[in-house]
Design a binder for this molecule. Sequence first.
Ligand SMILES: Cc1cc2nc3c(=O)[nH]c(=O)nc-3n(C[C@H](O)[C@H](O)[C@H](O)COP(=O)(O)OP(=O)(O)OC[C@H]3O[C@@H](n4cnc5c(N)ncnc54)[C@H](O)[C@@H]3O)c2cc1C
Length: 449
Amino acid sequence: MKSRHRLTGRVIFRGDPGYDKARKNWNPFVDTFPLVFVFAQETRDIQNALSWACENNVPIRFRSGRHALDKGLSEVKDGIVIDVSEMKRIRFNRKKGIAIVETGSNVGPTVKALAREGYMLPFGDSPTVGVGGITMGGGIGLLQRSIGLISDNLIGLKMVDADGNLIQADHHRNEDLLWASRGGGGGNFGVNTEYVYKLHKAPEKATVFEIDWPWDQLETVFKAWQNWAPDVDTRLGTILELFSKKNGTLRSTGLFLGHKDELEKLLKPLKNAGSPTKVFVKMFTYPDAVDYLIPTQKIPGRADANKKFSSNWAQDLLPDEAIKVMRQFLEESQSEDTNFFFLNAGGALNQPSPNETAFYWRNAKFYMEWNASWTDRSDQARNLALVEETRLRLKPFVEGSYVNVPDQFIRNFGPAYYGTNFDRLQRVKAKYDPRNVFQFPQSIPPKYY
Ligand SMILES: Cc1cc2nc3c(=O)[nH]c(=O)nc-3n(C[C@H](O)[C@H](O)[C@H](O)COP(=O)(O)OP(=O)(O)OC[C@H]3O[C@@H](n4cnc5c(N)ncnc54)[C@H](O)[C@@H]3O)c2cc1C
């Protein structure tokens, strides 16, 4: 390709050594065949890649941790992928209580480095997810009830826009971009190179728990969890995973920012539900608790099978009819890794108003997602249909969806991901990407004044 602009950084074209490794994402379902990858080493490489792509009319995607859960978000066939994963510097400013993190960093190494320094930043259930993507959509996890979402702790960022300008956003400059970047979803406004997070002092100790039950106690366990988890002490974040019948496990885990004895008391309603086969409660130093919950994994990480996810928010407790839908899904799934996953809301997550940041879902009792998994292509259509059918059957009982766990079957995606924030997000999009250069499935369409 003859071009006035030159690609810089570590550049891998289709056919070059390393191409096959470069195109592999966590979810094999989203892998495709881009024309070229640019692994940026510095901001200038991103600017050059954008100029080159615009000159040659090549579709653009950007990528950080490779954990996009649906197709076409961080890779596009015959396009350019601007990958920031080799920009991973992390700096602290203890005096200001902030961390400055390059967007190619992964969640595990970032929060573990901070924990060793005595600080907390929210994290999710996987260490290999990139901060680049997770921060933009929210970043839910076990600390959301005590210190909010990852995006609630984002106080500044640097971004390269479609024209190659380096823009800084914080509470004093480009405040609308900061607002939009706190829940508006990755890929929409520009390539972020750096995030500034507010830090919280970590407790010296924290307590972790894990309880398992036999699968046939599904209804008893789910009801006990949903009646207890949304209103329990806000220092306790808890997950419930109902795995497929084939797998046979029901498991709840959690992180409590307090003493073991106190957690033992708080856990009573859950431990008394059904007949647990395992109850594990242990107090750790805070860094060890983080290590226990998200043990170190090889980066970038890769699932063994193709996955399709969907997600939503429960504003009310789920009635028996919805629980029946969940059971049917878990009975029909042929895979052992398939599950329904729940995370309790409330506390710091629900304190801001829905319009304070772009992250809208502030009134839920809990978050939920489910996924199907397959290796053989002939099983794909059945699994996609199973996830979609379950979404439609659950719809009367739940609200919205989580943009970081997107589902391209959702047609009216704006209100589903962003509620009443969608209109403002469209205007911010029109301001920072007026030519709509950054377009992908379910990207925010610009709305001009
Ligand atoms: C195993 C696994 C566990 C997960 N657990 C959680 C969890 O506990 N909590 C949670 O909230 N989410 C979770 N997620 C969802 C996760 O937040 C999203 O998939 C997120 O988008 C991944 O970001 P990434 O940078 O790793 O992915 P990528 O595939 O690199 O990017 C995903 C999206 O973000 C955009 N993006 C990436 N980098 C940048 C950047 N520098 N600037 C602007 N946009 C960018 C991309 O363009 C793309 O649209 C999980 C996902 C997986 C696969």
